[in-house]
Write a protein that binds this ligand. Structure first.
Ligand code: MLT
Length: 429
């Protein structure tokens, strides 16, 4: 591998160090480019720009590979639990039995939120989108734990904030749903595991006992594992950028939640379900909507297809598709939206228009089918994505802090007006 790259600018030669990662990804280090040459690079959307070096997640978009700390997601989805994967992402290794039990116990101890959090709910309009409430309440944890803002937190203090966030996000997410529905809130139960407790808080009523279904718990674990991290995506980059200013973990994750809410990012799973419902309402003719998607004069777009980095099947989509089939079969649910989704997928996989544009189903395409099957309403789908992505955000924020990375401050190329003098208002035309 070349040790450096030569850049020739205005007749002068500059040497750019080349670095190579453990999976043989290569980069030019341009850390000194502007000082040496006066030039900056321009890469709208950072499609070709590495923001950091990270040891957390590796993905290969061409080969459809995704690994957390070296472990393939196919194995983790099949054999692990969400809490074990969260530990792996955050601390870098699979926990021993004792470590996992302690991690789970610590989280259980912190699942309650301050009673004043309930008062914040009252300030929201009843129709508020759950993601607006979630991002606000997660940021409010900075108010309840002001010491979390310090840039000089000890390892123990960071670990406590990590545990608090892992513990309280499910409670806040479930309360967001119950508040939205006008239902009484359910307090967390210390006798239940992470996913069972979330389902209990979401679906239990004082008037009827909620039966924990192991098949649903298994499907939820799998879904959360598959959403747990995805290297430097939009919301994770947001968490890192906000955190690089020494903002608290809670404030940084709250910013990530807002980025994830965008329909081009985590909001896509809600858009996919609404698209399937639109097709169903229109009579279910998928060929009509495939034609609309291909018609450049038609505003209809197929949601849940294509990806910024995967140039073939999103490996998570394959696993989620099978999980959707398994969960609906196990629960005896015949969801017409699944049939519409399968027809769209089949068309996309055989139609040259989609093949040429590498528009394959992504992680958002089937996840909503499963969420619907386990009773989660469409507006909560992106909240579920946020719950899954939480350990990834935490791990990336923690890595950035531990590596003492500098505050993020990209440059620009100015294209505005040249210098001009102020004109008083009476002299403006
Ligand atoms: C994600 O998992 O964050 C999404 O696939 C988006 C991305 O990685 O760019």
């Amino acid at each position: 591998m070349a040790e450096s790259a030569e850049l020739i600018l205005d007749g002068k030669s500059y040497s750019l160090p080349v670095i190579e990662g453990t999976e043989h990804e290569k980069a030019f280090d341009i850390g000194k480019l502007r000082d040496q040459t006066g030039y900056v690079t321009l890469d709208s959307g950072y499609k070709n720009t590495g923001a950091t070096k990270s040891a957390i997640t590796f993905l290969d978009g061409e080969e459809g590979i995704l690994r957390y700390r070296g472990y393939p997601i196919e194995q983790l989805a099949e054999k692990s639990s969400f809490l074990e994967v969260a530990y792996l992402l955050i601390y870098g290794a699979l926990p021993t039995q004792a470590e996992l039990e302690d991690f789970s116990h610590q989280i259980t101890k912190h699942t309650l939120v301050h009673e004043d959090v309930r008062k914040i709910f009252d300030g929201f309009p009843s129709a508020a989108h759950p993601m607006a409430i979630l991002s606000s309440l997660i940021c409010s944890l900075t108010a309840f734990y002001p010491e979390s803002v310090s840039p000089d937190l000890s390892k123990e203090e960071i670990d406590l904030n990590v545990i608090r966030l892992m513990a309280k996000m499910p409670t806040i997410a479930a309360w967001t749903y119950k508040n939205n529905m006008g239902h009484p809130l359910n307090y967390p139960r210390n006798d239940l595991d992470f996913c069972s407790n979330f389902l209990y808080m979401m679906f239990s009523f004082p008037t009827e006992k909620y039966e924990i279904d192991s098949r649903i718990v298994s499907a939820l674990n799998k879904l959360l594992i598959l959403h747990a991290d995805h290297e430097q995506n939009c919301s994770t980059s947001t968490v890192r950028l906000v955190g690089s200013a020494n903002a608290s973990l809670y404030g940084s994750v709250s910013a990530g939640i807002n980025a994830l809410w965008g329909p081009l990012h985590g909001g896509a799973n809600q858009e996919v379900l609404e698209m399937l419902q639109e097709i169903q309402k229109d009579g279910g003719d998928t060929s009509k909507f495939i034609a609309k998607a291909k018609d450049k004069n038609d505003s209809f777009r197929l949601m849940g297809f294509g990806h910024r980095v995967y140039k073939n099947f999103d490996p998570r989509a394959k696993i989620i598709k099978k999980a959707a089939d398994d969960v609906l079969a196990a629960l005896g649910i015949d969801d017409p939206l699944l049939k519409i989704a399968q027809e769209l997928e089949q068309a996309a996989l055989t139609d040259q228009y989609f093949i040429e544009r590498k528009l394959y189903p992504n992680v958002d395409f089937y996840s909503g089918i499963i969420y619907r099957a386990i009773g989660i309403p469409t507006e909560m789908f992106t909240v579920m994505f946020a719950l899954g992505r939480l350990p990834g955000w935490i791990a990336q924020w923690k890595e950035m802090r531990e590596n003492k990375e500098p505050i993020g401050r990209p440059r620009q190329i100015y294209t505005g007006e040249l210098e001009r003098d102020y004109v008083s208002i009476e002299n403006r035309n």
